[in-house]
Design a protein around this ligand. Structure first.
Ligand SMILES: NC(=O)C1=CN([C@@H]2O[C@H](COP(=O)(O)OP(=O)(O)OC[C@H]3O[C@@H](n4cnc5c(N)ncnc54)[C@H](O)[C@@H]3O)[C@@H](O)[C@H]2O)C=CC1
Ligand SMILES: O=C(O)C1=N[C@H](C(=O)O)C[C@H](O)C1
Length: 269
């Protein structure tokens, strides 16, 4: 048997799940050892390659996370908050790296994940692409260089299936902007204005969510002052960028001590 790290993909039938299955299968430094779906899903019990419309790959989709994780060195999880919190405990028991791409996690979810991080290596990011993680660093730098004469607004656009807002990426960018300014995001966050809102409060960071069609993911960070505007922009046109980052994170995590890491750690940014 190969000693390459064995990776399980959770949420195998999802938009990201299918990207991840293809990415792991194509990677010569990893093996696909499991594909998980939620109980009752019609892919459960079938070969994941066939489910995706191709040749069999010898991995049957299952809803049995405990048994599947026993043979894995990492799990890549782009699913839903409740599923991710459950997996955090299972991955910690299995001493497997847990790569979390799921967004929409509450503070309570994050506390539970942090607890699991005492025993497991977790890499979590609202966006696993190289471009967005660079944008995070640029946002922090620009926010640190400018004063509050520049109003910061974050505008994100996604496909009409997306269930959470603001996007995980928008929140990462907001945190970076707040960090650059030396303030707490929670103190200055202004989400989705509506009605008679009053004039914009100096120092606030605004968030706006557009949902439509098949937009993969677009993010603008606008710094607007009287007489001039700077706009930092990332456009995702292919979900493969997220899958590539996630597989990189799963491999990077193999020799890391337990704890919570980000894609900035993985990419060395
Ligand atoms: N961090 C990043 O770079 C990115 C994060 N995302 C996030 O990933 C998540 C998933 O996005 P999509 O793939 O578009 O959604 P999706 O709805 O297409 O896929 C989610 C999949 O998870 C499965 N699932 C739900 N509960 C499960 C359980 N208990 N066990 C196993 N599978 C379970 C669902 O059946 C579904 O197939 C979202 O939170 C999204 O925001 C998406 C793209 C990039
Ligand atoms: O749900 C998505 O599709 C995406 N979610 C992530 C987010 O919430 O930022 C990353 C990417 O923008 C696609």
């Amino acid at each position: 048997m190969s000693d390459l790290p064995g990776i399980v993909v959770m949420g195998a039938s999802g938009r990201m799940g299918q990207m991840l299955i293809n990415e792991v299968l194509a990677n010569d430094k990893a093996r696909l050892v499991g594909a998980l779906e939620r109980p009752g899903h019609d892919w459960v019990g079938r070969d994941v390659g066939e489910c995706m419309g191709g040749q069999p790959v010898g991995v049957t989709v299952t809803d049995d996370a405990l048994t599947t994780m026993a043979k894995a060195q990492a799990v890549i999880d782009f699913t839903a908050p409740a599923a991710t919190v459950d997996m955090a405990e299972i991955a910690a028991q299995a001493r497997a790296v847990h790569v979390i791409g799921t967004t929409g996690l509450t503070d309570e979810d994050l506390e539970k994940i942090a607890l699991a991080g005492r025993h497991a290596t977790i890499v979590r990011a609202g966006n696993m692409s190289l471009g967005v993680n660079l944008l995070v660093q640029l946002t922090k730098q620009v926010a640190a260089a400018l004063d509050e004469d520049f109003d910061i607004e974050i505008i994100e656009s996604h496909h009409h299936h997306k269930v959470d807002a603001p996007s995980g990426t928008a929140l990462m960018l907001g945190e970076a902007a707040a960090d650059g300014r030396g303030v707490e995001l929670a103190e200055v966050s202004d989400r989705g204005r509506d009605g008679i809102t009053g004039a914009r409060k100096r120092g606030d960071i605004g968030f706006h969510a557009v949902r439509g069609g098949d937009i993969v993911g677009e993010h603008d960070v606008m710094f607007a002052a009287p007489g001039e505007r700077i706009v930092l922009r990332h456009l995702a046109t292919d979900r493969a960028i997220f899958a590539r980052g996630a597989v990189k994170a799963a491999l990077w995590g193999q020799d890391k001590k337990p704890g919570e890491y980000s894609m900035l750690d993985v990419l060395g940014l």
